[in-house]
Design a protein. Structure first.
Length: 198
C-alpha cells in the first residue's frame, strides 16, 4: 500500500482510502483480505494451544468428530476477527476521509494518536484486562454438538479480541502494514497467552 501525504508533514497508509481509481467496495474487500491474512498470521500462534486443549477435551469426553469440532471452533474465532476488521476499516476509512478534507484535523491526528497509544498501554496493564483475559482459552469437557463448538469459537474470539484490543490499537495507529510492529505485537500476544495458560 502507498502512503498518502497529509497536512502537518506526516503520511497515512493508503489502506484506508481508494487508490488508483478503486471503488470503495474494492478498497473494503482489499482491506478485509489483508486483515484476515494478517489475523491468521498473528493469532494462530496464541490460538493453537487453546484449540489443542479444546480438541483434547473433546476426545477425552468422547465427543464425535473432535477434529471437525475443533475446526468449527477455529472458524468461529476468525469470524469474530473478520467482524472486528469490518469495524476497524469503517472507522479508519471515515477518519482518513475526513482528514483529507479538513487540514486542521489532519494536523491534530498524530498527537491524538500518541494519546490513544498511551491510553492503550495503560489499559493493557490494567487489572481489569488481567481478570478478563484469564478466561481466554478455558475449555469445557462435556460432549458438544457442532453448534456449540462454533459458539465456543465465537466466545473465544470475543474474549481474545477484548484482551488483544490494546496491542491491536497500537498496531493500527503505528502502521497496520508495518511488519516489524506486527511481529512485535504477535510476540507480545503469544507470550501473554502462553504465560496465562502455563
Amino acid at each position: 500500500m502507498g502512503e498518502v501525504p497529509m497536512a502537518g508533514g506526516w503520511t497515512m497508509s493508503g489502506a484506508w482510502l481508494p487508490m488508483c481509481g478503486q471503488s470503495w467496495s474494492a478498497t473494503t474487500v482489499s482491506f478485509l483480505l489483508m486483515w484476515l491474512v494478517m489475523m491468521v498470521a498473528m493469532m494462530q500462534p496464541p490460538l493453537t494451544p487453546a484449540l489443542w486443549r479444546f480438541n483434547e477435551a473433546l476426545r477425552t469426553s468422547g465427543t464425535p468428530h473432535p477434529y471437525l469440532m475443533t475446526m468449527l471452533a477455529g472458524m468461529g474465532y476468525y469470524a469474530v476477527w473478520a467482524l472486528a476488521g469490518i469495524a476497524v476499516f469503517a472507522l479508519g476509512a471515515m477518519l482518513a476521509s475526513a482528514a483529507t478534507q479538513f487540514p486542521a484535523l489532519a494536523r491534530g491526528l498524530p498527537a491524538a494518536g500518541n494519546g490513544v497509544v498511551l491510553a492503550a498501554g495503560a489499559f493493557q496493564l490494567s487489572r481489569w484486562l488481567g481478570d478478563t483475559s484469564e478466561q481466554c482459552g478455558k475449555q469445557r469437557s462435556e460432549r458438544l454438538p457442532p453448534g456449540t463448538a462454533w459458539r465456543h469459537g465465537l466466545r473465544l474470539g470475543c474474549e481474545c479480541c477484548r484482551s488483544c484490543a490494546a496491542p491491536m490499537v497500537i498496531l493500527i495507529i503505528g502502521g497496520v502494514m508495518d511488519l516489524r510492529l506486527m511481529t512485535g505485537v504477535t510476540a507480545l500476544i503469544t507470550a501473554e497467552r502462553l504465560g496465562r495458560s502455563a
